[in-house]
Design a protein around this ligand. Structure first.
Ligand SMILES: Nc1ncnc2c1ncn2[C@@H]1O[C@H](COP(=O)(O)OP(=O)(O)OP(=O)(O)O)[C@@H](O)[C@H]1O
Ligand SMILES: [Mg+2]
Length: 286
């Protein structure tokens, strides 16, 4: 009979535990049906914060303007395989996973907008994403969200709405709508919201934030101030190149906030409500 020595036994146990942990992937989308609130910027930078902490992170580009590819400075040639081809030609998703210059952080570029997978093959898209092996998979969503909500909130287990000071009323309205759609229809759990681009700290005081938490029924993960250096993340006029703020401005308040969000995501999160994502999506879409 197979006999394990004490040493081997504990090694064996470690391997099993490691494998179980390795497959405990969290799928998350920082989304809300409102444009320009910092969804892509926060997706890329929180991804970097988690990766620097030793977590394997894969980011999925959902916007044809490829903001993640820009910020992460991933250069591709026309021959490189992207997610749309993976789905259309039923290739292995790994063929479209590209490294970034941050250890453990990879990007899946998409040749198409997230909503177009609805017409390509939504179920196959879901399978390709959920079969990935990583600690975290983030799906970035385009604006307007439209049908892409079914693929982001429909596939992800968790989501984080983002609100800004500018157009605040519209942001609150969008957050309420997205939470309703995500939580009650697409079984995606809102695990907290982020206040971004805050200019008037006095207005967003403790009492105000508490009222907002009561209204949205989730906690505020963090409050990020408007920082002119951060707003140049996509490059500026002339030759200024796009950059990853978490890497370039490592000592900034913004980078600290990214660590705070990363720590929030590393905690034990509520039990996911979807077991078989593809099956769940099929029922929603039919
Ligand atoms: N905390 C911040 N301070 C300053 N500028 C910021 C901050 N957060 C985001 N921005 C800027 O806001 C703009 C929108 O950010 P981003 O593209 O990440 O938003 P988005 O929600 O993904 O937009 P879209 O809906 O178009 O996809 C960018 O120019 C970005 O640099
Ligand atoms: Mg974006």
């Amino acid at each position: 009979m197979f006999n394990l020595s004490v040493n081997n036994r504990s090694r064996f146990k470690t391997i099993i535990t490691y494998n179980l942990l390795a497959y405990k992937m969290k799928t998350i989308t920082f989304t809300v049906s409102k444009g320009g609130v910092g969804k892509s910027l926060i997706t890329a930078n929180v991804g970097a914060a988690l990766a620097e902490n030793g977590n394997k992170v894969i980011l999925v580009e959902g916007d044809p303007n490829h903001p993640l590819q820009l910020i992460l400075n991933v250069e591709l040639t026309p021959k490189d395989v992207m997610l749309d081809e993976v789905v259309k030609r039923d290739l292995k998703t790994e063929k479209a996973v590209y490294p970034t210059n941050i250890n453990n952080l990879s990007l899946i570029p998409s040749g198409a907008s997230l909503q177009s997978y609805f017409d390509i093959d939504p179920m196959k898209f879901a399978k390709k994403i959920t079969n990935l092996e990583a600690d975290f998979v983030f799906i970035d969503t385009p604006f307007p969200l439209g049908k892409a909500a079914f693929l982001s909130l429909g596939i992800c287990e968790y989501f984080v709405p983002i609100l800004t000071e500018d157009e605040f009323v519209l942001c609150v309205e969008s957050a309420i709508d997205t939470i309703r759609l995500g939580k009650y229809y697409l079984k995606c759990i809102p695990i907290g919201f982020i206040l971004n681009r805050i200019k008037t700290d006095e207005k967003f005081n403790q009492n105000f934030v508490k009222d907002l938490e009561d209204l949205l029924e989730i906690q505020c993960i963090t409050k990020i101030e408007e920082d002119p250096k951060i707003s140049k993340s996509y490059g500026g006029a002339g030759t200024e190149k796009a950059f990853l703020a978490y890497q370039r401005l490592r000592q900034s308040e913004f980078a600290k906030k990214m660590d705070e969000i990363a720590n929030h995501l590393l905690r034990e999160l509520p039990k996911p409500e979807k077991k078989d994502v593809a099956k769940f999506l099929q029922e929603i879409i039919k």
